[in-house]
Design a protein around this ligand. Structure first.
Ligand code: LLP
Length: 432
């Protein structure tokens, strides 16, 4: 019935996440409320980690892509699970530093890192910087040389693989702002230049073809192309790069129309491709990195709202307004993304009417769900939107000066606040 296997219905007909009654959570912590099922988050980390051990002899590291949901809390969980992280800004790096995340397991991304961010990364001894372009390479070489260190780097390569997903989140093709392309020789050229530099060491190559992808094939193709590139670097430049970072992008189930591949199968398939290519090109088996974000955290999250005004516009549409919206979940307004929902206080009731769930912002496109079937819904009900763990809190805003919701993590029947609810005072803190 639900898109996440860790949701159920209790004897009060309430939706349960992990072992927690969501109606009680809404009462205790208020709404809107982000809820993370920590046990499921941890389990997802283990699925990837175990697959890396099983199919690739543990010769790799799974990185959590922090942009999906970055907080001191998520950094701590990921650290305990033995994963690394990818950070994409000074702010994400700062969060990791403050959470005592081991810096050697941090991979720093971004297509336009500022000089201050590069300096911050070098000074904090970030393990690997994924370099996007020649300007950044030169700056980094300068900063690392000044600091008297040799910085491990990878290059972000556009492998020329077309992934079938929303065009805003496709990144593997030549027409993309990220990285350097293979097909015009740019990638080869930048590796050659870096190989001569004293402040950097090319430790590996990286690609990321997009997000919310359901096929295995584009990942296999990308691995193939990247292995050939590693082979070319060895044959033509005598350069041996020991690491291959294959990015993230594995799709999850938002609604019943989505049919994701079990996460471990990606590692299984890609491992075979890499092993075969390494033998064919006569290169050492690379250390593999993967960077799942959404698939680790999205299914573990739900958002609880309280239903307010309901407008049944006869023969047009029935709008149900809730106390949150695009401020806490901008994915509908950005991508017209689809979600599944449940009426948390009547979770077992059969869906019987078509409604559109609207947020409270002054923006007509501020919807959370369009034309979905739900049980009969009334003012005061608790609505749960499912699979909101990724790219909700991390993309939230204060539009209309609406404070961002709190986040609680539940584990084994216990709930703890991991991000406090913003107050009106927080909203004006920087106003002069
Ligand atoms: N690695 C790199 C370099 C990335 O750019 C991304 C996502 C990931 C890993 C993680 O991808 P994931 O496993 O989460 O698909 N805001 C959009 C998604 C943007 C993804 C950006 N990059 C959304 O809400 O769908």
């Amino acid at each position: 019935m639900f898109v996440s296997k860790d949701l159920s219905v209790n004897e009060k007909n309430h939706l349960v996440i992990g072992k927690n009654d969501t109606v009680e959570l809404a009462k205790e912590f208020g709404t809107p409320l982000y809820v993370i099922d920590e046990d499921l988050f941890r389990e997802n980390c283990r699925v990837y980690k175990n697959a890396m051990d099983k199919y690739y002899g543990g010769n790799g590291l799974v990185l959590y892509a922090n942009k999906a949901l970055c907080s001191k809390y998520t950094c701590r969980v990921v650290k305990e699970e033995g994963l690394g992280i990818d950070v994409v800004s000074g702010g994400e790096l700062y969060t990791a530093i403050k959470a005592d995340f081991p810096m050697d397991k941090v991979y720093f991304h971004g297509n336009n890192k500022t000089v201050d961010e590069i300096r911050m990364a070098v000074e904090n001894r970030v393990g690997t910087i994924i370099v996007d372009n020649i300007y950044e390479l030169e700056k980094l070489n300068e900063i690392a040389t000044e600091a008297g260190i040799v910085q491990n780097i990878m290059f972000r390569i556009k492998p020329g693989v077309d992934a079938h997903t929303h065009s805003f989140i496709q990144t593997g093709q030549i027409d993309s702002k990220f990285g350097v392309a293979l097909e015009n020789g740019e990638a080869f050229e930048i590796c050659k230049i870096a190989n001569e530099m004293s402040g950097v060491k090319v430790d590996g190559v990286h690609c990321h073809i997009g997000s919310q992808i359901f096929d295995i094939e584009p990942f296999n193709k990308a691995a193939q192309v990247m292995m050939d590139f590693i082979g070319d670097l060895k044959d033509k430049l005598g350069m041996e790069v020991g690491k291959l970072n294959l990015g993230g992008g594995y799709g999850i189930m938002y609604t019943e129309n989505d049919d994701p591949v079990p996460y471990d199968e990606y590692i299984q398939h890609v491992s075979e491709v890499v092993k075969e290519a390494a033998a064919r090109r006569n290169v050492k088996l690379p250390f593999i990195l993967m960077e799942p974000g959404r698939s680790l955290i999205a299914p573990a999250g739900i958002t609880l709202y309280t239903v307010g005004g309901i407008k049944d516009i006869k023969n047009v549409r029935k709008y149900v307004s809730v106390d949150g919206g695009m401020g806490d979940n901008p994915r509908y307004i950005l991508y017209e993304s689809e979600y599944a929902a449940a009426v948390a206080n009547k979770a077992g009731n059969e869906p019987c009417e078509k409604v559109t769930v609207a947020g409270k912002c002054c923006e007509s496109g501020d919807l959370l769900l369009k034309d979905v079937m739900l049980p009969e819904i009334e003012v005061g009900d608790t609505l749960a939107v499912l699979a909101t763990g990724a790219y909700n809190y991390s993309m939230a805003s204060n539009y209309n000066r609406i404070p961002r919701p709190a986040m609680v993590a539940v584990s084994n029947g216990e709930a703890k606040v991991v991000i406090k609810r913003e107050t009106y005072e927080d909203l004006i803190r920087n106003d002069l």
